[in-house]
Design a protein around this ligand. Structure first.
Ligand SMILES: [Zn+2]
Length: 344
């Protein structure tokens, strides 16, 4: 989903030189933004976002909700240069991969349309530019684009039961998986009822409760194989074969666009035939999450997350348990944790 901003990443690194007293005084860390999630409009207002987007969602025809992340785009292998803009410490290459993201979204829209889909809602899923990566002028004009931050339930903003199916492009593998830039939000581990869910799986869980199936996922081979295991036989497009967290054997973007068009058409046909089912888990949902190690060492993050409403001790440091009968509430909880570690 996102790249930690440089300042925040530096703030959680240990400072061995300073600790040894050998360095001149380190520059003071920027003051931490401790605004609680409920105090900033747009972080937790997920019901309002759902109600508003429902009004924009057609009741006739077939509506596809497309999440656009970046780590799993064709040829992407390196976060610091390819997914981060210059003004946030990245390089001009980011613009090339914004184009790639836009091309891949347009490819699935074209394929879905060819199979009868009539409406397209695109939700920005990558936080390196605070969810402003798709090139609006280049996007298929039929699409509605959700962009910017903060937004409620970042990767499933405004999702509502009028949506017929979800897709994700540029997706990456789960934290701990051998994928390109694999991670999961702010976690080293995230389970619902004991099932590991990657970011694609979490979106499918939130959509699944509304009866919406995740029908297509595109990314590296680690992402596509683990997502089929988590969600069943959805359509997948493997755009690259992983060699390390920052290297892969990649198909050309043009080839990937063709594969995406064909897979999106198949996915919509299968969904319309009732062959792709939503992910439905038994209620109440027993969520267990463990923060990334870097955050576990950060006393403020660890204790702030532990004080979020409904959080219970998860049995080991930085791990928490949460029980609810609403998948949207789980999404909101994730958003509150994101807000704690990622500020505009
Ligand atoms: Zn991302």
């Amino acid at each position: 989903m996102r790249a930690l901003p440089l300042a925040a990443a530096l703030a959680i690194l240990p400072m061995p030189l300073a600790a040894q007293g050998q360095a001149a005084a380190a520059p003071p860390a920027p003051p931490r933004d401790t605004t609680p999630p409920g105090a900033y409009f747009g972080v937790t207002e997920y019901r309002l976002a759902r109600e508003k987007l429902t009004l924009d969602t057609d009741t006739r025809g077939f509506t596809v909700y497309i999440i656009g992340d970046m780590e799993g785009l064709a040829s992407v292998v390196r976060n610091a240069t390819e997914m981060r803009p210059v003004d946030r410490g990245g390089t001009p290459q980011h613009e090339r991969f914004r184009q790639e993201l836009t091309d891949e979204v347009n490819a699935v829209i074209a394929g879905a349309r060819a199979a009868g889909a009539t409406q397209f809602i695109v939700n920005e899923g990558h936080g390196g530019t605070l969810f402003r990566n798709v090139l609006p002028d280049e996007l298929d004009p039929a699409a509605i684009l959700i962009r910017g931050y903060p937004k409620p339930i970042v990767m499933s903003t405004g999702l509502n039961p009028r949506v017929d199916a979800m897709m994700i492009v540029g997706a990456h593998a789960n934290a701990g998986s051998p994928g390109v830039i694999s991670h999961s939000f702010a976690f080293d581990s995230f389970t619902v009822n004991g099932r590991q869910l990657n970011e694609t799986g979490i979106a499918a869980f939130i959509g699944g409760e509304m009866g919406i199936p995740m029908i297509l996922a595109a990314g590296d081979d680690a992402l596509t194989s683990e997502t089929r295991e988590m969600l069943g036989p959805l359509e997948t497009v493997t755009v690259k074969t992983v060699f390390s967290g920052s290297a892969a054997a990649a198909l050309s973007p043009a080839r990937v666009h063709g594969l995406l068009r064909a897979a999106a058409a198949r996915a919509v046909r299968r969904a319309r035939a009732g062959q792709l089912r939503p992910l439905v888990l038994e209620k109440p949902y027993h969520v267990r999450l463990c923060l990334r190690r870097g955050y576990v060492r950060d006393d403020w993050v660890r204790t702030t997350v532990g004080r979020l409403p409904g959080m219970a001790d998860g049995g080991s440091p930085g791990c928490f348990a949460y029980t609810t009968s609403s998948a949207e509430e789980v999404g909101n909880l994730l958003n509150e944790i994101e807000w704690t570690v990622l500020k505009p």
